[in-house]
Design a protein around this ligand. Structure first.
Ligand code: PLP
Length: 405
């Protein structure tokens, strides 16, 4: 083990403790560098990253594609203000509409901001076409972001009493329950918003029949269907967009996380019918920011050009096979997911301990709840790196869980 830099690390941790607003318990280490599937801390320890920077670094850490796009664009135009078109913004919008079923794009910087835009658009649509309807129905256990409105939209029980009063205009219904969805709809409903695979909620996929019927119900009653693909979009599930698995077309889709490969970037895509904003309704200082646009274009071209969606499907299947093998020894249950968005349950509610144990062995995984582990590695992951992950995971499981025999 390296000890080099440990005085520096101690100083950094002390400074962090003094100056960073506390929002989360973080491990006693400082990340310094990333390359491909790996991160390195200031002590020189390496970490095989199966959280993919939180389903964000789809091309791995510090890919040349992003470095080149940033250096090219930063030498040409960094910011022209949101009141002008710029070339990379037009190019990127053309790319995204060409790859999807949507006609128009609004760019933002974070997922929550893209979702806010979708809800504003839904309310606008309700005012113009549904007699002033403004309620948006969302699903229990979903996740849509951390702004006040998105915390109200998110159907997470732990958040119900946080930051009261809630933003009005959101109703939550059980996921995968079409009768509950229909029962909740009334003349004040303007939109239904959901993830096709609930990511933060623990990798729960919508039933195809549920989604198809939801699409029909929304069509029949003129309700806008918003699909939040911030976690599932851009190849993560084994197709470029998760809606492609379901044979439906959303009215509005939001993208974030992987779209910038690590650069803060998000987008809301809409069908022409919902091109309804008027000047003053929607905007943002960084909407269409040239650096972000150049990076997004480069990242999405790489995902498409290398067919990383198909690669994700293949590697995901390989991971699942490996997990099933581990499961006979260590009692892993309910191995599930699509492409490279995967999860499984542990025999005991000790996922936090497992995450720590894995980190000590140089592997990063995520525990969305006390009994569950989620994997969302970069889309570029190789079999060799998957084998390395499975080996470390097996070692950590072996340390925590007694093997039945
Ligand atoms: C991460 C996430 C968000 C929020 O994105 P931020 O960039 O953190 O604002 C919204 N919806 C889903 C499905 C997400 O996974």
């Amino acid at each position: 083990m390296h000890v080099q830099g440990s005085a520096e690390t101690a100083q950094l941790l002390q400074d962090a403790d003094r100056s960073i607003l506390f929002t989360a318990a973080r491990p006693e280490l400082v990340m310094e560098r990333g390359e491909g599937m790996y991160l390195w801390d200031t002590e020189g320890h390496s970490y095989l990253d199966f959280t993919g920077g939180w389903a964000v670094t789809c091309l791995g850490h510090s890919p040349a594609v992003i470095r080149d796009a940033l250096s090219r664009q930063s030498a040409t135009l960094v910011n022209a203000s949101p009141s002008f078109y710029n070339k990379p913004m037009i190019e990127f919008a053309r790319l995204l509409t060409g790859l999807s079923v949507f006609d128009k794009v609004f760019f933002a910087s974070s997922g929550a901001e893209a979702n806010e835009g979708a809800v504003k658009l839904a309310r606008k649509y309700g005012r113009l076409h549904l007699g002033g309807a403004y309620d948006v129905i969302t699903t229990a256990n979903g996740f849509h972001g951390r702004t006040l409105a998105m915390m109200s939209a998110t159907g997470k029980r732990q958040w119900e009493q946080l930051f009261l009063p809630k933003v009005p205009g959101f109703r939550h219904v059980p996921f995968n329950d079409i009768d509950a969805a229909v029962a909740a709809m009334n003349p004040n409903t303007c939109a239904f918003m959901l993830e096709l695979v609930q990511g933060e909620g623990g990798v729960h996929a919508a039933d195809p029949e549920y989604v198809r019927r939801l699409r029909h119900v929304c069509d029949d009653s003129g309700i806008m269907l918003i699909i939040d693909e911030i976690q599932t979009g851009l190849g993560r599930t084994g197709k470029l967009f998760a809606y492609e698995h379901y044979g439906i077309e959303p009215d509005v889709m939001t993208l974030g996380k992987g779209i910038g490969g690590g650069f803060p970037l998000s987008a809301m895509l809409v069908k022409e019918r919902f091109n309804l904003f008027e000047p003053g309704d929607q905007g943002g200082t960084y909407s269409g920011q040239p650096l972000a646009m150049a990076v997004g274009t480069a990242v999405v071209r790489e995902i498409v050009g290398k067919n990383l969606a198909a690669h994700a499907a293949k590697q995901g299947a390989y991971i699942c096979a490996g997990l099933r093998e581990l499961s006979s020894k260590h009692g892993l249950e309910h191995i599930r997911g699509m492409g490279l968005l995967l999860a499984f349950e542990l025999p005991e509610a000790r996922s936090g301990e497992l995450v720590n144990e894995c980190r000590k062995l140089g592997l990063l995984i995520n525990a969305p709840n006390p009994q569950m582990i989620r994997l969302m590695p970069p889309l570029i992951v190789t079999k060799q790196e998957i084998d390395a992950m499975l080996e470390k995971l097996a070692a950590a499981l072996g340390r925590l869980f007694v093997q039945p025999r």
